[in-house]
Unconditional design. Structure first.
Length: 652
């Protein structure tokens, strides 16, 4: 047990947010904390980090226990003291303790020159082993990997922190947190500012992180790929489930169904026994039997009906007011961008199709949507809509919308012909009921603003929906609700999302933006996933090929030295034959050099694999192989140059 909360509770003023919380972190567990928006997930992280205090909810039994003094890292705790520092300078502050330790290690090594006692050697060896285990020989290389994986360029390393956007500053803080290697890593929605490629890399990194991780996330695929324990907070109480997110959903459903079945069976048995008691309690010959049945009822451990799922959500049974023609959108060589081209897109979208869009940040996904809805002009090419197309467009910025109006006035201003009852019903379907409709827009949460925007869009009953990250700020129940609505939508859908699970569930075609190009997958996310898995398998296979260290490759893949025959007579010197032999040697040297260079590329690629990023011993091993291979390449290059010179002299 690394960390434990027993009977924990947290209150803000008179509002009890969490109660009866029992939470435990064991060894290197990867734990997810899930639940509805506002249920207290972030509050739990703050409690673990020490930002908020424990309330004594159940008498004086509320406790927090720790094994030793574990270092706890929480993303929100990291702030930039000096915004004038560059990205590189800020991140390298993490290494100051390691730099100090390196200096101490160097001093201990120098001291051995004058004091080579057994005690001094043992002390140095222990220091060196711990330094190595903590990544002392590799921290700078890991810094390089993280900078690259989080999408920062060489030029951006020198930029001051103040010049980065809020999302980029969050990434920088995230990099610092990962490099600091805390014993318990607390992450609150870590995938929010990351593109799909970085999320996939982060999954591998966290899965192989050698210490404990506690993550709050609404990204179901991310949770499935990373965590091995799930804690759900529901009605202020926590419950632990072993396994990933899918296992949690299944286990919760099974537990609910079993408890309900047992509850109903017990109630039926109580009803049967009570009927016997009532029937025979006044009959002298049956009194003892009636009493025994009554005692049986009294001694039962009552099985309560399970709590209903907290699945309150929005709903809207909407369909398009008009039908489009079969041809909805034709895009031909459409060049998109602002001051320069980001990508070129071509596609033909038919009625009822649902096109999901994936890709890295800054590659043009949102720019494409803004172009086809007329927000920005195309650089070249064209797009054309079919007949009767009516568009409903959702922009990411709608979650940032502010106004001094109330919810009901804001909605009513857009639909002035509706009655108050109709307005109330429309808003109620999106969870704005009773006094909620009198909230000021500027006071709404991001999730509430998204719901209001969707309510207004869907009220117009468009036949083509164009949605840019509609699930941001939604909890899992909200995402599942929107999934169901969009799957049942009879119109045409185009949407951008980083939520791979959402994309997989909704899209039947997939457009992927990759480095200035786009690729259309006609069979959706599954086809795209198959391609990625095949590429990964080929990359892994190539790194496991036979090693060629010179000489001939044997049938079992091992390298053997060229055969020699010391007792043979010296052959008659034939210039043509000697030149031919030398040409073959040059060719063989070129092939061997090419093989070594290819092997070097494979090792360098292996160095970036996410499963190795937090294993210093493995990274050190790979780096040693890279260093050795670079030396072999230098030696092979000298051999090739020597042979080439001999051949040139012979041909003169």
């Amino acid at each position: 047990m690394l960390y434990q909360i027993s009977n924990g509770a947290v209150a803000y003023a008179d509002d009890l947010v969490l109660h009866d919380i029992n939470f435990e972190i064991r060894n290197t567990e990867k734990i997810a904390v899930v639940g509805r928006n506002g249920c207290g997930k972030t509050t739990l992280l703050k409690l673990i980090s020490g930002e908020v205090e424990l309330e004594h909810w159940d008498g004086d039994n509320a406790t927090i226990a720790k094994a030793g003094n574990p270092q706890i890292g929480y993303l929100k705790q990291i702030a930039f003291e000096n915004p004038d520092l560059s990205l590189e300078e800020e991140i390298k502050k993490v290494f100051l303790p390691m730099i100090k330790r390196k200096a101490e290690l160097d001093a201990a090594a120098a001291a051995l020159e004058t004091n080579y006692s057994e005690e001094a050697v043992a002390k140095y060896t222990a220091m060196e082993e711990q330094f190595k285990e903590d990544g002392g020989y590799y921290f700078e290389k890991e810094y390089e990997v993280l900078i690259r994986k989080f999408g920062f360029s060489e030029e951006e390393r020198k930029k001051p922190l103040r010049d980065f956007s809020g999302g980029q500053q969050t990434k920088i803080a995230f990099i610092k947190l990962l490099l600091s290697k805390p014993d318990i890593l607390l992450l609150d929605e870590p995938t929010n500012h990351l593109d799909v490629t970085t999320i996939e890399w982060l999954e591998g990194y966290l899965k192989n992180y050698p210490k404990a991780v506690v993550v709050v996330s609404h990204d179901r695929m991310f949770l499935d790929n990373v965590v091995d324990v799930v804690y759900e907070i529901e009605y202020g109480v926590s419950k632990r489930y072993p396994g990933n997110y899918t296992a949690f959903v299944n286990r919760k459903r099974e537990n609910y169904e079993k408890q309900m079945k047992d509850h109903l069976a017990q109630q039926k048995e109580i009803e049967r026994l009570q009927a016997l008691v009532e029937r025979f309690k006044n009959k002298p010959t049956k009194v003892s039997m009636a009493r025994s049945k009554q005692k049986a009822i009294e001694h039962m451990e009552i099985i309560e009906a399970p709590d209903k799922y907290d699945n309150k959500t929005f709903h809207a049974n909407f369909q398009p007011e008009k039908e489009t023609g079969n041809d909805v959108l034709l895009v031909t060589n459409l060049s998109i961008g602002y001051d320069h081209e980001l990508s070129t897109v071509s596609l033909d979208l038919k009625k009822g199709e649902k096109l999901g869009i994936l890709g890295g940040n800054g590659l043009g996904k949102s720019t494409f949507l803004k172009t086809i809805v007329g927000k920005i002009p195309a650089l070249s090419g064209e797009y054309r809509y079919g007949t009767n197309v009516e568009i409903g467009y959702f922009d990411q910025q709608m979650a940032m919308y502010t106004s001094n109006k109330t919810v009901i006035d804001d909605f009513w201003d857009e639909f002035p012909n509706l009655t108050e009852t109709e307005v109330r019903n429309a808003l109620g379907a999106f969870m704005f009921s009773k006094d909620d409709v009198f909230k000021n827009i500027s006071m709404l949460s991001g999730g509430e603003k998204v719901r209001l925007a969707l309510c207004k869009i869907l009220k117009r009953r468009p036949n083509v929906l164009i949605l840019d990250e509609p699930t941001n700020h939604m909890d899992i129940i909200g995402k599942e609700t929107l999934e169901s609505m969009l799957k049942d939508f009879k119109g045409t859908l185009i949407f951008v999302s980083h939520d791979r699970y959402f994309v997989k569930k909704v899209a039947d075609r997939l457009l992927v933006f990759e480095d200035g190009t786009t690729h259309l997958y006609q069979f959706g996310y599954e086809e795209y996933q198959e391609k990625i898995e095949k590429e990964a398998a080929l990359a892994e296979k190539s790194t496991q090929g036979p090693a060629v260290l010179g000489g001939v490759i044997s049938q079992n893949g091992a390298a053997s030295a060229p055969a020699t025959n010391a007792g043979a007579k010296k052959p008659y010197y034939n210039p043509g034959k000697e030149r031919s032999k030398l040409e073959k040697k040059v060719q063989r040297a070129e092939e061997e050099l090419a093989e070594k260079e290819e092997k070097l590329k494979e090792l360098q690629s292996e160095l970036l694999l996410p499963q190795y990023q937090s294993s210093y011993s493995k990274l050190t091993e790979i780096q040693s192989q890279i260093d050795a291979m670079e030396e072999e390449i230098m030696a092979a290059m000298e051999v090739w140059e020597e042979l080439s010179s001999q051949l040139e002299e012979m041909m003169e």
